[in-house]
Design a protein around this ligand. Structure first.
Ligand SMILES: [Zn+2]
Length: 66
């Protein structure tokens, strides 16, 4: 198992943690519905990719059993 050669100082650890940020995924607008989606993935809203229907989207029907 790989073992660190030197102890990592508190300063170095805290410096790294201070500059740690979450990288946002590359979002682009869907050409058919306009919602922001992850690029190179089928749109979760309309199920289209490159102008073709690739996913079957279930339409949400509100339950009226009350
Ligand atoms: Zn879409």
């Amino acid at each position: 198992m790989a073992v660190p050669k030197k102890k990592r100082s508190k300063s170095r650890t805290r410096t790294k943690k201070a500059n740690w940020t979450v990288e946002l995924p590359n979002l682009r607008a869907c050409p058919s519905c306009g919602i922001k989606t992850v690029s190179h993935r089928a749109c979760p809203e309309c199920g289209q990719y490159k102008g073709r229907q690739v996913l079957q989207i279930k339409t949400k029907t509100p339950k009226t059993e009350d």
